[in-house]
Write a protein that binds this ligand. Sequence first.
Ligand SMILES: C[S@@+](CC[C@H](N)C(=O)[O-])C[C@H]1O[C@@H](n2cnc3c(N)ncnc32)[C@H](O)[C@@H]1O
Length: 273
Amino acid sequence: MSLIPEIKPQQSIELLKELHILTRDGKINQDTRRKLKQVYHLYQFIEPLMADVLAEKGSLTLADHGAGKSYLGFILYDLFLKDKPSAHVYGVETRQDLVDKSVDLAQRLGFAGMSFLNLTVEQSITSDALPPQVDIITALHACNTATDDAIRFALAKDAKYIVLVPCCQAEVAAVLRQKKNETFGKTPLSELWRHPIHTREFGSQLTNVLRCLQLEARGYQVTVTELVGWEHSMKNELIIAKKVGGAKKSARERQESILRELNLEELRERFAY
Ligand SMILES: C[S@@+](CC[C@H](N)C(=O)[O-])C[C@H]1O[C@@H](n2cnc3c(N)ncnc32)[C@H](O)[C@@H]1O
């Protein structure tokens, strides 16, 4: 264990201890150091979005989906939002034990603008515990199709910004595999079906392509970048979407062509709504 030089000056040391990023005697815990680095990396991207919303509206709501231990929500709140009474962060998480711990921690730290909800992302779309409009949506490695539900949530809540670091999504690859025999030989792309690892990886990439087109089709400007420095074993694609206008027909058409070409029309409801 060593002292960490890169802790931001406005960061509460008490919070980092509570999150077990620092030990009781203030040394960095090497097991959770990775998490701090990831969240700080994301903070660079999210801080200007929070500043923009606050400048525009004077208030801010942010929902973090698949929150886990809520490292992201707590650190965003501590660094940027805790002195802004009009800001509120919601953590949505299916594990009751993690929700209880986060509720308890927020109470002890006096973080009154944080709520933690034991809901699936899908349930949170219609839950009364969340407001009808939410400004920023984040989902960091939310499992499988939880990222898709987070996109649905963002669209339902008319979010200005959406920040996603998707996890593996198995659904597209499963449909690709199911359709393998039917599709094989009909397109040169069917070489992608020959080896399971290619099908799986292609399915995962294709999922994000279809998600981006869905966001574009619903009036978002989308940027996709790689989170350099994150472990290779983890998904490290960062998708940031900003609401810029109305629906974009050409994105919907491009999405439709892909679904047709790859015989994936049954996934239309997942990606094109
Ligand atoms: C890989 S962890 C990531 C946690 C956190 N975002 C982070 O990066 O530290 C994924 C979390 O999503 C939660 N989760 C999975 N599916 C979910 C769903 N459909 N709705 C809400 N939470 C979900 C899991 O319980 C888990 O805590």
